[in-house]
Ligand binder design. Structure first.
Ligand code: FE2
Ligand code: FE2
Length: 266
């Protein structure tokens, strides 16, 4: 090898060494970068997981609150009814009938659901009526009737302070379920569409169920007698549109009645 070649080999060797060094450094850098990325990825994933967990907890809590609210409302309704010796299934049936009326009347699903939950509260005011009046067998005298009729106002007064939409709906139902389409009801002698749709619906659902059930003071009416009364009271006691809905969908109302029959213990 002459001196020329020797120099060339030396330079190539140097270049090769530098190349290796640079490559190693690059690989190291990339590895370090990967580690950093991995660490931050991990942290991000952790934060994300934690957030998801929190969301889940909040959601569960929200559901718990909603369920509790529903249960309280339903239980309150049942208390109101049990004081007046109604059967446990009465409020359940009224709830289902109300939902069906609301649906066919054209209310939004959310409102149908709201009314379904609020309508069992219609007689909550009865908790404040003395037993001697509430459970008297036979007909009321005038004074007893007047006391009994205060249950609508009493129920409203109990619920009116709440800002919760469900309790507000329940207040409306309690207040207006004895108003009549022709303006002869109580407590405010409201007429027609001045009566809130929740009140008009619960009125019909409640009467339909009450007439078809045995009570302390009367036997259940047979269907023909109930239907005759409904036809007579169309646009008098009851919203004509709701009476039409009732007859147009009779099979569905009777289906609810059959599915929620009173048991002997009731
Ligand atoms: Fe009532
Ligand atoms: Fe009732």
């Amino acid at each position: 090898m002459d001196i020329h070649e020797n120099k060339l080999v030396g330079e190539i060797e140097k270049l090769r060494e530098e190349f290796v060094k640079t490559t190693e450094k690059l690989i190291k850098d990339v590895k370090r970068q990967d580690k950093i990325m991995l660490r931050s990825d991990k942290r991000q994933q952790q934060e994300y997981d934690e957030l998801q967990k929190k969301f889940g907890e909040v959601e569960a809590l929200q559901k718990e609150i909603e369920d509790t609210q529903k249960e309280v409302v339903f239980t309150m309704g049942a208390i109101g009814e049990s004081r007046s010796k109604e059967t446990g299934n009465h409020v359940k049936r009224v709830a289902e009938y109300s939902y069906l009326f609301a649906k066919y009347y054209g209310l939004a699903e959310e409102e149908c659901e709201m009314l379904k939950q609020a309508s069992p509260m219609h007689d909550i005011g009865k908790v404040a009526i003395p037993d001697s009046v509430l459970n008297k067998p036979g007909r009321f005298n005038e004074e007893e009737r007047a006391i009994m009729d205060t249950h609508a106002q009493l129920g409203y007064d109990m619920l009116k302070h709440s800002n919760r939409s469900l309790l507000k709906a329940a207040a409306t139902v309690a207040y207006e379920h004895h108003e009549k389409w022709d303006g002869t009801g109580y407590p405010n002698k409201l007429a027609g569409e001045d009566i809130h749709i929740y009140g008009r619906i619960t009125a019909l659902a409640d009467v339909f169920d009450a007439l078809g059930s045995d009570r302390v003071y009367k036997k259940a009416w047979d269907d023909e007698k109930i239907f005759k009364l409904f036809k007579e009271e169309r646009a008098k006691h009851f919203d004509p549109k709701l009476i039409d809905i009732f007859f147009d969908n009779l099979d569905q109302f009777l289906e609810i009645r059959d599915s929620l029959k009173d048991t002997i213990e009731d």
